[in-house]
Write a protein that binds this ligand. Structure first.
Ligand code: CMP
Length: 147
């Protein structure tokens, strides 16, 4: 069983599509273990996107991520990291096919509306940046024993 960190970026709330995107993850069968709506502060944005520091898009990325509230979540499921990335589509919006979240709801790589951990190492690093351990709510899913 794996966990991944997902957050819906600023703009999703303004567009009133938060429920629509959350619905996709829920219907896929992942378990939501944590969920919160909040404004990321600069320290969190810089820690989260540390690997992109120095890239030409970095300053705008930080500014944009600070521009409004986000909805962050921890999802759990078998191979959830790779499966969620398949659902979001690639970071490059030109490669994101219709049917994926980015392919359906975004037209710009910067405004690609959702972040999802790209590897087990990223998930392990990112989840504690967003959630304290006591904010992660474990619950039983009877279907899970058939996975
Ligand atoms: P995300 O999955 O949150 O991880 C890093 C973010 O940087 C990415 O989504 C995009 O929002 C942004 N990003 C990555 N590459 C580019 C780019 N070439 N131009 C603009 N923004 C980018």
């Amino acid at each position: 069983m794996e966990r991944t960190l997902v957050f819906l970026k600023p703009g999703v709330l303004q567009r009133r599509i938060a429920g629509t995107i959350l619905d996709r993850f829920e219907r896929k069968g992942f378990r939501i273990l944590a969920l919160k709506l909040f404004r990321m502060d600069k320290a969190l944005v810089e820690a989260h996107y540390a690997e992109h520091r120095g890239r030409d898009f970095y300053e705008k990325l930080v500014e944009y991520t600070l521009s409004g509230p986000v909805i962050a979540m921890v999802l759990e499921g078998p191979e959830v990291i790779a499966l969620v990335r398949r659902m979001t589509g690639p970071t490059d919006i030109g490669e994101s096919l219709p049917g994926t979240i980015r392919g359906d709801f975004a037209c710009s790589t910067r405004l690609n509306i959702v972040h999802a951990s790209d590897s087990p190492e990223s998930a392990v690093r990112e989840i504690p940046l967003f959630f304290k351990d006591e904010e992660i709510c474990r619950w039983e899913d009877e279907n899970a024993r058939w996975y």
